[in-house]
Design a protein around this ligand. Sequence first.
Ligand code: NCD
Length: 396
Amino acid sequence: MDLTAYERRLSRPTRIKLPEFQRNGRLKHVIFADQFDRPMLENLDTLSNMVRELARDRETQLFLRDLLPHKRAMLYFTQASTRTFLSFTAACQLLGMPIAEIRDPSVSSEYKGESPFDSMRMFSSYFDLVVMRTAAAGFAEACAYLMNDLDEFNERHVPVVNGGSGADEHPTQALLDIHTIQRCFEFASERDSSKRTRFDDYRKTYPDLTRGLDSKVYGFCGDIGRGRTVHSLATLLALYSDVQMHFVSPPDDRMRLPGPMRESLSAKGVKVFEHDSLADIVENVDLLYMTRIQWEHDKDNSGRSGPAAVDPNFVLTPELADRMKSYAPILHPFPRNAEIPFEVDHNSRAMYFREARNGMWVRAALLAHLFDVDGLIVSHHREVFSHYHDYNTGSK
Ligand code: NCD
């Protein structure tokens, strides 16, 4: 991937870039986790819950489907994907947006030598949004600059959403992870609190437990160095106060917490710790975020064509899972290899399937924000659920 034309802009510090991905205090493109602040995360949480509730019945689902039937989405996923691709598909369908997809560049004109930037500009002529996943870090960001340049010249331009770029960022996965954590730490819904009991019951065992994402100990295990979901989620969790993060990874420089990430988290006030065995942290964490070893990154060097055997130090066995705090959710962005055995799926702390399903609501909420129909969702939800006081517990 030749990004030379965008190199100068790509190499700037993130904070300088951020205004270029916004318009009137709202999102214009979704490229980095750093674009989000706490109020935005709160709003997206509320909006995602509203989408979830409105999607339950035929009538209210028809309302959602009538929001964006005049906008078309292009899903440009040239790197393997199941959940991100399908939940964006489902999110578009929820809002009535027709979609098209390219998942294999060998069946597009890129095979004939077309520049991916020309492909991108073509997508923006036919569609109103491009969601993209690529192996090349920086490509989604460069595409956002391409769109901004077109905007400057009064040419047609569309929002770009990063659905996973190389080993660096996966901001929409972080949004759905945050939404899942918000629901878990609200301790409001029986289905989301891991032991199907309420907050006051937990407090009998854990008197210091508080609601919300502040004052929590977050554990991450697996390929921290190359796990883009970990990078984006840690960035968002650093927005909360009194946060500890414990990173467990193999003792390999490619998989360890990258130095710049450690520095940026510490600069934001996060207390950062590193470990080489999951057993060291399980009892201490309020939440455990498991990830697989990203073996495909070194496929060329080692000749391997599938997941390596997982070192037992990075496997959440049923016994280790049982040692965790009873309310502490277990998350995983999936796909999993052997780091969470199937037996753990029955543990009441296992939230990863719920987490994946949340991707649909959060991505629909994000698309509604990008196309300025979020206000319509809020007012319709208020009308339909006016007899409920609390939207978060207003399930039927
Ligand atoms: C992840 C990804 O592709 O970054 N999965 C996802 O999008 N839910 C994690 C991974 O590939 O390990």
